[in-house]
Design a protein around this ligand. Structure first.
Ligand code: SF4
Length: 239
């Protein structure tokens, strides 16, 4: 499968995918594969193998994985699958970077599901999810204004998500919260999916987010903390 939507990307976003030009058919550009605990969904706290792909076409102002933008190792899909299965863990998350920029991610996720794994996909919400295997649980961001990437939200994805999928808002300010609240109400997101909201670490106190949520009376929306930043030093990688 070719890289997706390249022709529809803004020029600055297209140039960010340049490292993928060196990747051959059947390969992925992988930043790291490791065992940790899941940190940012309703699966939080469970042991989980992470497959972090390299390269992202967005540049969220608060991104905490810029180290994955350019560097990575070319691995065959079979190698990635073998490395994941070697951990013998029932939960696997494919994250990035932006996984959906790499065509081999789609069959990889299907093969992981074939192997009996519960597969989570974390995606920015900027790319069409139509070709994602229906067995995959999608955790999809909707980018708020302070991310600087609100214009990249691919809204038709909301009609492709399943009831078992999760929509996540990362909130940096009151403006972001007001935007998220309006999106939740306008699209009835809390009636259709699990909805998660979390505060940008170091920018917004989680207690403030809790106060806004309680005042909004949205009883199905969940506040989350970034578990990894509570357990480990916030700058620790590979956890
Ligand atoms: S989509 Fe994710 S990886 Fe890409 S810039 Fe935003 S936070 Fe970083």
């Amino acid at each position: 499968m070719p890289l997706l939507e390249l022709s529809t990307m803004p020029p600055e976003a297209l140039s960010r995918t340049t490292p993928l030009n060196a990747v051959a058919a059947g390969e992925l550009l992988i930043h790291e594969i490791y065992l940790s605990v899941q940190g940012e969904s309703t699966y939080a706290g469970l042991p989980c193998v992470f497959v972090r792909t390299s390269v992202c076409d967005l540049r969220c102002s608060w991104c905490d994985t810029p180290h994955a933008f350019n560097r990575g190792e070319r691995l065959s899909r079979a190698d990635v699958l073998a490395q994941v299965l070697a951990f013998d863990c029932p939960l696997v998350e494919v994250t990035g970077g932006e996984p959906l920029l790499q065509g081999e991610v789609y069959p990889l996720m299907a093969e992981l599901a074939d192997a009996g794994k519960t597969v989570l996909l974390e995606t920015s919400g900027a790319h069409d999810i139509a070709n994602v295997d229906p067995r995959v649980v999608i955790v999809m961001d909707l980018k708020c204004p302070d991310s600087g990437e609100e214009h990249r939200n691919h809204w038709p994805n909301l009609d492709r998500l399943k009831p078992t999928d999760e929509v996540k808002f990362v909130i940096a300010s009151e403006r972001d919260w007001r935007w998220a609240e309006a999106a939740i109400r306008d699209h009835r997101l809390d009636e259709r999916f699990t909805v998660l909201v979390s505060a940008v670490f170091g920018k917004l106190a989680p207690v403030q987010l809790v106060e806004w949520l309680l005042a909004a009376k949205l009883p199905r929306v969940r506040v989350q903390v970034q578990l990894h930043k509570v357990i480990w030093e916030p700058t620790t990688r590979g956890v």
